[in-house]
Design a protein around this ligand. Structure first.
Ligand SMILES: O=C[C@H](O)[C@@H](O)CC(=O)C(=O)O
Ligand SMILES: [Zn+2]
Length: 280
């Protein structure tokens, strides 16, 4: 079995105030993604969101039903979003192949029994980033190519937050139960994502940072708006944002990240914005 998983529990903001660097990283940082020939998953108790990666080289990798699900197969009561941030690869769902090029996505609805991942070239593998949430309705599988995404330009160079946001898995593009996923790329010369910061107490969120140069980093900010903490992050690392937490980062270079969320509603724009000069 090549599907590995660890569990993360939910934390109270009262407790998180007293966390030191190690405790904060142990609880919220995910730093074992994109290991080759493995499917690595984190089962979070926030909205029972699963974060993971699949990097097949020579042999395909099969998504197993991890014990935490107590299900016959992984998608028995779940839906899955996949974004390929590597080279061309194929996701096979119950015998049907879906080829995903760099930055293409696939939505796989509840009830599909077998999901496997393979790469076109074992030397330049696909890097499949995975987000999965509980689902109570079976929606059709849909591939989201580069031209299917909704593109939004945000920010400005003067405020160092000029960025392009691409909505891949949102309910105006694909029918979903509760999963939302997209990708944001910071423009050269800008550093901030999600500034002004926001919270959405109805939904948790995961940021997966990639395209971070190996000698650079992103300083990710979390916590209640008047009680923030930071986590320094490198390439191919993800961070869990509890519903009560801001999620915003500033990089030492340009970078990209995949955002994924789930919870009470499917309204992407439902955010409570924080005043920048009131953050603490
Ligand atoms: O709830 C929405 C999410 O936090 C992200 O989509 C925000 C983001 O990518 C950005 O502003 O740069
Ligand atoms: Zn958000």
């Amino acid at each position: 079995m090549k599907t590995h998983y660890t569990t993360r529990y939910a934390a109270s903001p009262k407790d998180v105030k007293s966390y030191d660097t190690t405790a904060l990283r142990d609880e919220f940082l995910i730093d074992n993604l994109m290991e080759t020939d493995k499917i690595n998953l984190v089962y979070s108790h926030y909205d029972r969101f699963i974060i993971g990666s699949a990097v097949p080289t020579e042999a395909p990798l099969k998504l197993d039903a991890i014990d935490a699900l107590k299900a016959e197969y992984f998608l028995e009561r779940r839906e899955l979003g996949i974004i390929n941030v590597g080279e061309t690869g194929t996701v096979t769902v119950d015998g049907t192949d879906y080829e995903l090029e760099h930055k293409e996505a696939l939505y796989v609805g509840q009830g599909n029994k077998e999901v496997t991942f393979s790469s076109k070239s074992s030397n330049n593998p696909a890097l499949f980033y995975l987000n999965s949430t509980p689902a109570h309705k079976a929606f059709p599988i849909k591939k989201i190519g580069k031209n299917d995404v909704e593109v939004v330009e945000l920010g400005a160079p003067e405020t160092a937050n000029a960025r392009t946001l691409r909505k891949y898995i949102v309910n105006s593009v694909v029918d979903v139960c509760q999963l939302q996923m997209g990708m944001t790329t910071i423009k050269t010369g800008s550093s901030w994502n999600t500034m002004p910061a926001h919270v959405h107490d109805r939904r948790m969120e995961i940021y997966f940072y990639f395209e971070v140069p190996s000698d650079q980093a992103v300083c990710h900010f979390m916590g209640q708006p008047q009680e923030t903490r930071h986590i320094w992050m490198g390439n191919n690392q993800a961070v869990i944002s509890p519903p009560w937490s801001i999620h915003s980062g500033s990089g030492t270079s340009s970078y990209s990240f995949v955002w994924g969320m789930a919870g009470e509603n499917l309204d992407y724009g439902d955010m409570d914005h924080c005043k920048i000069n009131e953050l603490k």
